[in-house]
Write a protein that binds this ligand. Sequence first.
Ligand code: ATP
Ligand code: MG
Length: 198
Amino acid sequence: MLKIGLTGGIGSGKSTVCRLFSEFGAPIIDADIIARQLVEPNSSALKKLVSQFGKKILNPDQSLNRAYLRDLVFSDKTQKAQLDQIMHPLIYDEIEKQIQELDCKYCIIAIPLLLETQQMQRVDRIAVVDCNADTQLLRVVSRDHLKPEQVVSIIASQMPRQQRLSFADDVIDNSGSSAQLAEQVKRLHNSYNLLATC
Ligand SMILES: Nc1ncnc2c1ncn2[C@@H]1O[C@H](COP(=O)(O)OP(=O)(O)OP(=O)(O)O)[C@@H](O)[C@H]1O
Ligand SMILES: [Mg+2]
């Protein structure tokens, strides 16, 4: 099975592209969904996070207060590294487990931090969803109602655009319309099917 690692900066359009691939029947493994599922109340991952960061990261109903944890680690590199040390191995283990369960020609594995975590060897090809920072900013602000400064600092904390593009086997240009995006996904779906049978 051909494993396509799909990545891109915040708000570049990864989830939108995943939806388009899944409309063609491609299975999607999504690191963001896995990360959320791993920390459900009473999970062992959530217990590890509480023992690392304290009960202050919990909401009154014992679920994870994501916004609090995000703010906590965003301004503190050591705490961010501790969070990553707990979550990344668990996320990659679950990704590998889900890959083993698939039986298809190709699959899409969406990993926002595929390049930052240097896990490129886990996939056969890298597809980067790309648009400029102004477009990322506009789309994320209107989607999440965050302050522009917050989004600017998240973009600045991620891999620079040109460096990310240098890893791409396939670039999905998402600076245009939804229709233009869908057309590119259709072309890639056909090309991945061909590549998988070679
Ligand atoms: N071509 C497009 N034209 C207009 N809006 C778009 C386009 N592509 C994506 N969007 C919108 O931009 C926002 C960001 O897209 P999406 O959620 O797919 O990005 P993402 O890369 O998954 O973001 P994140 O990194 O936060 O997970 C969404 O609201 C989406 O509907
Ligand atoms: Mg997304």
